[in-house]
Design a protein around this ligand. Sequence first.
Ligand code: ZN
Length: 216
Amino acid sequence: MRLIGIAKEKGGIIMKHYVLVAAVLSSACIAPQEIASRINHANKSREITICTTEDINEVEMQRLNYFKDSWHIVSPCEVGLNRVSTAMTVFYYMWEEEFGDPDKKVLNSLNRLTIKWGEDDKVMPTIYSISGVRKKNAKVRGLAITKSDIWVKRSKYSLIYNTAFIHELVHISLWATVDTPDADHESTVYKGENYWTTRHTAFIIEVNRMLWALNI
Ligand SMILES: [Zn+2]
């Protein structure tokens, strides 16, 4: 019954999403030892591939599954379309459970997102750590550039759980709901904004754990 309710609320996302939701819920109901054995099994079957390409200028724009007008820009070696689409679906499902999305602002924002994957860190003149420490000329692994535009450094094995992807989606979701990405995270040193809380930081860890369990 619960799944039917969720399905009705999320009319904007097609059926495959609900199959995934069912998988997520069912994995939360199994015994801890069963989870451990599944994770061990998943570890053994993990894809270990290192992609190299001669021509890094060969980029392609691909539309994500499940989302109306969201795209990612990849080179032939970068992150798989299905992984990115599923990761964003998991993110939204868990966001709605944790923070809600009554006006569908977050869903609408995710429906028109562009993701650019990169190979190298970027250096930014000023950034803030999670606790709000200001750093100059610091390397970053991800950026929320505009309300609908993120850049994320690809991980070595093209998995998403150990990238800044989910972190940047939190910035995007705040931008959609409170009109600022809250750049200083848990702190209020920048503009006195206090939207990003310890709950958001913990949420990123939870979503990335789920992606890890799904080998994404
Ligand atoms: Zn950030």
